[in-house]
Design a binder for this molecule. Structure first.
Ligand SMILES: Cc1ncc(COP(=O)(O)O)c(C=O)c1O
Length: 156
């Protein structure tokens, strides 16, 4: 043992689940339905149940998920999306990709989530969405406490 604490210890996580993972992977290899197979449906159903969402649609990446959410809102060039500056590049990237304008609100130092107290001042007639980022798994409380402006949807 090196004495170093790994930032993300995937090896220990994998060791605990190794047999179950191997069995499920073998089943996929056996039936050969890699795309839209029964495991995908099962994952979507389990994630929906876990999160309390009505539906869950899995996609190829986190970036794709953010892009699809904004496309579902029919984001138009010039539309503003309020979001966090403390995130991976993909958050602002997908907004810009659709011609939108990222509008950043600073984070709270204790949760690293967008400080909801700064949001209202940034809402304009062009605001189309508020995109919170729960980077470390701490869901922003303001999504429950703050009323959405007219025409604005919140994506996660
Ligand atoms: C907060 C956040 N959003 C989006 C992404 C993009 O996910 P992906 O690399 O799967 O496209 C990441 C990736 O690290 C992320 O940390």
């Amino acid at each position: 043992m090196s004495g170093k604490l790994e930032f993300i210890d995937l090896k220990t996580q994998y060791a605990a689940l190794k047999d179950r993972i191997a069995a499920r992977m073998q089943a996929v290899l056996d039936h050969g339905q890699y795309i839209m197979g029964p495991e995908v449906k099962e994952l979507e159903q389990q994630l929906a149940a876990f999160s309390g969402a009505k539906h869950c649609i899995t996609v190829s990446s986190g970036t794709e998920a953010l892009l699809i959410a904004l496309m579902a809102l029919d984001l138009k060039p010039g539309d503003e999306v309020i979001t966090s500056p403390f995130t991976f590049a993909a958050t602002a990237e997908v907004i810009v990709l659709l011609g939108g304008v990222p509008v950043f609100v600073d984070i709270e130092p204790d949760t690293c989530n967008v400080d909801w107290r700064g949001i209202e001042a940034k809402i304009t007639p062009r605001t189309r969405a508020i995109m919170p980022v729960s980077l470390y798994g701490r869901w922003p409380t303001w999504t429950r406490s703050m009323p959405s402006p007219r025409g604005t949807a919140t994506s996660r």
